[in-house]
Design a protein around this ligand. Structure first.
Ligand SMILES: NC(=O)c1ccc[n+]([C@@H]2O[C@H](COP(=O)([O-])OP(=O)(O)OC[C@H]3O[C@@H](n4cnc5c(N)ncnc54)[C@H](O)[C@@H]3O)[C@@H](O)[C@H]2O)c1
Length: 322
């Protein structure tokens, strides 16, 4: 049997696919090399996977209905799906809203239709995001909290995915799980996310702009923990048909100024920081309550920022040949 992983050239997708292949699974990976950030990094992530037995790669757009639905005929032994392809990023979703709805909403619908067509489907796992907590003030964020005040279109598309999945699980008896990831960082991380932006700025001596006058807290999750959590969830579908949602985060909310200090230590160089007022689309603080995730999957994050940031900086230097 094989597993369909969408967004396989992405940061989390490549990690998940690599871990699945390492335990002997067959993975059919999909990606369209979107231009959200430089695809060269995506090709590099994919290179290692392509050299591994059991990996099949298809360049495709998840929002393209016909070729995606035809996939199940060609790969008739798919029994699990990890749907990670998305257009991510909060700020960019205010600049180019259409691509967010096309990929994250239409693409998600196509994936649900694809999943519905697989009679032997054991589990449909997909990426949501901590952004769905939006304007919520109660911390830490609990998966059962109301989430109807998204602050960005990106968050709204992720919430729409959760609602559509709820409907499909109800209508068609699917077993589905949504994962709300919290700021994932680590080797092979995304250049459009703050950890990479901090590393690049400190290395180049350019200015880091901090919103909310620097009063920002983030639950920063190390990639290996996120990959392990995603696999733990994939391996334990709901007993009966249904849809569940879990937080996957470090459950430690870090002061962003302290995080920058860890980067400064790793680079042995001071950061130049400019404080700015808040942006309307961004959350000031995120903190994950993972009690349910730990209870149901025995998963706990292992890597602290004190350990993870030096590992990320090591990778950043070697990848960029510094
Ligand atoms: N990294 C995080 O901190 C974080 C936090 C919350 C949620 N998420 C979610 O987790 C998932 C994976 O995130 P990531 O950090 O690996 O992002 P990523 O951008 O590195 O990976 C997503 C991949 O999907 C591909 N893709 C985009 N549009 C596509 C389309 N239409 N068809 C096929 N492939 C397409 C991209 O080329 C990319 O390789 C996403 O759904 C994201 O929204 C990530």
């Amino acid at each position: 049997m094989s597993i369909l992983v969408t967004g396989v050239a992405g940061f989390i997708g490549a990690g998940v696919a690599g871990a699945l292949l390492a335990r002997g699974e067959t993975v059919v990976g999909i990606d369209n090399f979107s231009d959200q950030y430089d695809p060269v990094l995506k090709f590099a992530r994919l290179k290692g996977l392509r050299e591994t037995t059991g990996f099949i790669f298809l360049e495709a757009d998840v929002a393209e209905r016909e070729p995606m639905l035809a996939l199940t005929q060609k790969h008739g032994d798919l029994d699990r799906i990890v749907h990670l392809a998305a257009h991510s990023g909060v700020r960019q979703s205010m600049v180019d809203p259409y691509v967010y709805v096309q990929t994250n909403v239409m693409g998600h619908l196509v994936m649900l239709e694809l999943a519905r067509g697989i009679t032997e489907l054991k589990h449909f796992v997909y990426a949501s995001a901590s952004s769905v907590y939006g304007a919520n003030r109660k911390l830490p964020f609990v998966a059962a909290d109301r989430v109807d005040r998204p602050l960005s279109l990106y968050a709204a598309t992720k919430r729409a995915d959760e609602l559509m999945t709820e409907t499909y699980a109800h209508l068609y008896g699917m077993r589905a799980t949504g994962l709300r990831y919290f700021t994932v960082y680590g080797p092979w991380g995304r250049p459009d996310m703050s950890p990479y932006i901090f590393a690049k700025a400190i290395h180049e001596g350019s200015t880091i702009q901090l919103n909310h006058l620097g009063f920002i807290k983030r639950d920063c999750s190390y990639i290996d923990d996120i990959v392990a959590g995603t696999l733990a969830v994939l391996d334990k579908p709901p007993v009966d048909a249904g849809h569940r949602i879990y937080n996957l985060g470090a459950a430690r909310s870090e002061d962003i100024v302290q995080v920058i200090a860890l980067f400064e230590t790793a680079f042995a160089r001071k950061a130049i920081v400019e404080l700015r007022p808040g942006e309307p689309g961004t959350l000031q603080e995120t903190a994950a309550d993972i009690a349910d995730t730990t209870r149901d999957f025995g998963w706990t994050p292992k890597v602290t920022v004190e350990q993870g940031i030096p590992l990320f900086v090591d990778w950043f230097k070697s990848y960029n040949r510094l």
